[in-house]
Design a protein around this ligand. Structure first.
Ligand SMILES: C[S@@+](CC[C@H](N)C(=O)[O-])C[C@H]1O[C@@H](n2cnc3c(N)ncnc32)[C@H](O)[C@@H]1O
Length: 266
């Protein structure tokens, strides 16, 4: 069989199994060709994100759950929530399933979900409107500017779930687990603040294991197969991508990184 036939067969299988449009979030698909193992990385996420949802920008701007002038709350998020509870954020939350579930389960923690695309964020807002919780807000922004929004030591925990892999080497700095991004996280996190990262992408996970210690964080726990790791699976909340890709048989990788203590020499 020709490779093109294999690829076309794989395409049908993915569309059939996931019920997703081919242009949807298929970012890491591996299959056994029968002759050799072929790993194909397909990045059609841009197309998915750019699919316009009519009026989403306007609806987001009007929603009481979106913070439109987020930089003006920098250092004052506890005032916005009206309490001194710890602040946890998810960067690249997509449609918000994960952070919404956390907010419902943990009323004593304040949550902020960050997403750069209106067409995705609007779905999280629609779900949010059905809830009574008062500990969940959203910001539409590019994560690169995170320090404009959070003050030094203001955040206790950062979640990164199924972050975009940016497979080309020249785009490595755009990966949310690059040492450049971790330097930003280092500044907004409290002492002992932590980052929890999940992905099914081998390349991105290996890259992250290498970069994170270089950025002054200790990886205190990690697994290449979360769903078969009883200890790390405790309390696991599935994200949308986690459901999709674990459903396709992909092992899920997870690491927990803690900010290394500063050492002072006198
Ligand atoms: C692959 S999806 C994963 C969504 C969700 N976290 C999950 O696990 O189901 C990645 C999401 O992160 C968002 N994203 C990627 N890079 C971002 C950035 N630099 N700033 C803000 N959002 C970003 C994308 O728009 C997309 O919605």
């Amino acid at each position: 069989m020709y490779l093109s036939d294999k690829i076309s067969g794989m395409r049908e299988m993915i569309v059939g199994r996931t019920g997703m449009n081919w242009n949807a979030a298929v970012h890491s698909v591996s299959f056994d060709s029968g002759i050799t193992n072929i790993k194909i990385y397909i990045r059609n996420e841009e197309k998915m994100r750019l699919r316009n949802v009519t009026g989403s920008r306007e609806k987001i701007a009007e929603s009481k759950y979106t913070v439109n002038d987020a930089p003006s709350y920098k250092g004052r998020w506890h005032e916005t929530f009206g309490n001194d509870n710890p602040l946890h954020i998810e960067i690249g939350m997509g449609k918000g399933k994960f952070i919404t579930e956390l907010a419902i389960n943990n009323p004593n923690i304040n949550y902020i979900g960050i997403e750069k695309y209106s067409s995705v964020l609007i779905r999280a807002i629609e779900k949010r409107e059905e809830l009574k919780t008062d500990n969940l807000l959203f910001i539409r922004m590019e994560a690169e500017y995170i320090e404009d929004v959070f003050a030094t030591g203001e955040v206790e925990k950062i979640y990164l779930n199924f972050s975009d892999p940016w497979p080309k080497d020249r785009h490595a700095k755009r990966r949310l687990t690059s040492k450049e991004f971790f330097a930003r996280y280092d500044r907004i996190l409290k002492a002992n603040g932590r980052v929890e990262f999940k992905t099914d992408n081998d390349m991105l996970y290996e890259f992250s294991l290498d970069q994170i210690p270089q950025a002054g964080f200790d990886i205190i726990a990690q697994t290449w197969d979360l769903h078969n790791n009883e200890k790390m699976m405790q309390g696991n909340v599935m994200t949308e991508y986690e459901e999709k890709f674990s459903g396709m048989g992909n092992p899920i990788h997870k690491l927990i990184a803690v900010k290394r203590k500063a050492v002072f020499f006198f």
